[in-house]
Design a protein around this ligand. Structure first.
Ligand code: TXA
Ligand code: MG
Length: 319
């Protein structure tokens, strides 16, 4: 039996299976089995009312999970699936409250990773999968990250190498009158507007569905993380070193000084590469045992909006 076949069998038996996607690793369970889904919440330490994304083998599965599917959903699926886009649609009555957090909508996506697609095709159903990390922590982008963080809680971890995108999917809510981005991702508002013919609203509203990724504090390393403009970085490093702290820095700029307690990491100048590297860097900094992580504020530019969003929440979550 192949490893993917074994993984599909474990899912059918109600076990948890971690698998790679193009964004981050997911912690998967049979989405139609509420007891299996409950194990996800237990393993992650996640509040029970936070809804989960259901992963599908292809867009043809949509009608099993959603009703009143707008034409725009079919167009977006045709354009971007498999890919890093989650669509929020009106839930099918058969979808359990364990998945939706009791809301009348459901999050659905077809991930673009060969192992994930093989698993989903073989399982031939929906796989509920949040990022395979403890609640609030940095998402995993390698199988080793999952093993370190959740190893004992999962029956099997499929290793598909490092994730290509590196941060979580764009979440687009199509359940209301206007399309709304609830969580920015590397598939940006311009790309979505190109298919919709109009720009989506960006950001949640008062009555928008709950998204744990929209919590002010999320995606956080264990070490305190602060954002600083490039011109202030050097000064903040000096102050921290003088206070006897060891400091890690993530910046596209060259280090202004060297010091045994300074780990200055040159970041990619390109948003796509920066996103790809981000969570692995944050985990490395945590593992190094430094006292403070300083990250240079990313450019104020649409291409950097998803990275800026994650860094802002990481800073809030680590303090
Ligand atoms: O890239 C991704 O989306 C990854 C991979 C594994 O697919 N998954 C992921 O899952 O990031 P998670 O659970 O860490 O974040 C999913 C987000 C949560 O913030 C959740 O609240 C939101 O999706 N979500 C799920 N269903 C929803 C719904 N019906 N309405 C609003 N938000 C929803
Ligand atoms: Mg997550």
């Amino acid at each position: 039996m192949t490893e993917v076949s074994r993984a599909a069998e474990l899912l059918r038996a109600g076990e948890l299976v971690a698998f790679p996607t193009e964004t981050v690793y997911g912690l998967g369970a049979d989405a139609s089995n509420p007891r299996a889904v409950a194990r996800i919440f237990a393993a992650k330490g996640r509040p029970a009312d936070h809804p989960l994304i259901v992963h599908l083998p292809d867009a043809a599965h949509l009608p099993r999970w959603a009703v009143d599917i707008p034409e725009t959903a079919h167009k977006l699926a045709a354009a971007f699936w498999p890919g890093p886009l989650t669509l929020i649609l009106k839930r099918h009555p058969s979808v359990s409250d364990a998945i939706t957090g009791g809301q009348d909508t459901v999050g659905l996506r077809v991930p673009n990773h060969p192992l994930a697609l093989q698993l989903l095709c073989e399982f031939d159903g929906g796989v509920a999968a949040p990022s395979a990390n403890r609640f609030g922590h940095v998402s995993p982008t390698t199988a080793a990250h999952v093993r370190e963080e959740l190893g004992s809680a999962v029956a099997l971890i499929l290793d598909g190498g490092p994730c290509a995108v590196g941060i979580e999917s764009t979440i687009l809510d199509l359940s209301g009158t206007q399309a709304r981005i609830l969580r920015p991702g590397m598939l940006d508002a311009d790309a979505i507007a190109g298919i919709l013919g109009a720009p989506p609203i960006v950001g949640g509203s008062q009555d928008a569905p709950r998204v744990s990724g929209s919590l002010e504090a999320h995606y956080a390393p264990r070490t305190p993380l602060r954002l600083a403009t490039t011109d202030k970085l050097g000064e903040l490093v000096r102050i921290a070193l003088q206070a006897g702290k060891s400091v890690a820095v993530l910046s596209t700029a060259a280090p202004p000084l060297t010091h045994e307690c300074l780990n200055w990491c040159r970041a990619a100048t390109d948003a796509t590469q920066f996103a790809h590297d981000l969570y692995a860097r944050l985990r490395e900094f945590d593992a190094s045992g430094c006292d403070l992580i300083l990250v240079a504020t990313p450019p104020d530019d649409l291409r950097w909006s998803a990275v800026a969003d994650r860094l802002k929440r990481a800073a809030a979550g680590s303090n």
